[in-house]
Design a protein around this ligand. Structure first.
Ligand SMILES: *[C@@H]1O[C@H](CO)[C@@H](O)[C@H](O)[C@H]1NC(C)=O
Length: 193
């Protein structure tokens, strides 16, 4: 009995630890768009090179984690707190180059839509820093242009510190722009971050 429950506990811990948050994205993907389905499937396309074959991954644990996450996030974060800081120092050249890459890729505007069972993340990873735009609610539409990206960057700089992780969201909008260490769990259903 004792062994049995130990194994169960171990299994539970392991499934959390091995959960695939965001697969490694090869550098040549540049700016990418990840369609994250509620069933744990992610389809990741390169925006910089649309000719590349999309990466498709599946994380079977995602459903449980999302449900928990959604509950916790609901209380305070929607609408009111529109910047949040995670307190991680990021690689400075990674921050500088990833925001520049995202801003250049969206230029005068890039429209993003979520479906009935997806969140969408558009981002770029440089020096283990991901700078991203996310819509974490279903059936939504947003548009990011380079001014928006730089505005969010400046807000994070003044509220969180120049090379610190965090996110910024527009009041009343489903859209956020954030930056984090590569591998951080971001842009989940029920977000916003
Ligand atoms: C998840 O849902 C998407 C969209 O319906 C589908 O294409 C994909 O095959 C599903 N993945 C799994 C593992 O069922």
């Amino acid at each position: 009995m004792h062994l049995h429950s130990t194994l169960l506990a171990l299994a539970a811990t392991t499934s959390l630890t091995v959960a695939v948050l965001m697969p490694h994205i090869p550098d040549h993907f540049g700016v990418f768009i990840s369609h994250n389905y509620n069933n744990g499937t992610k389809v990741i396309e390169s925006l910089s090179d649309p000719g590349l074959v999309p990466i498709v991954t599946h994380d079977p644990t995602v459903h449980t984690r999302r449900a928990k996450f959604g509950r916790a996030a609901k209380s305070a974060l929607h609408e009111k707190r529109r910047t949040d800081c995670w307190g991680h120092r990021l690689d400075s050249s990674g921050v500088d180059r990833s925001i520049k890459g995202l801003a250049e890729a969206v230029g005068s505007g890039k429209e993003i839509r979520t479906g009935p069972d997806t969140t969408v993340l558009m981002g770029i990873i440089v020096e283990a820093v991901i700078t991203y735009y996310c819509i974490s609610r279903p059936n939504s539409v947003g548009n990011l242009d380079s001014n928006d990206a730089w505005h969010a960057h400046n807000q994070m700089n003044s509220n969180c510190g120049q090379y610190m992780s965090g996110w910024f969201g527009w009041p009343g909008s489903v859209e956020i722009v954030g930056r984090a260490r590569e591998g951080t769990e971001i842009c989940n259903a029920g977000g916003p971050f």
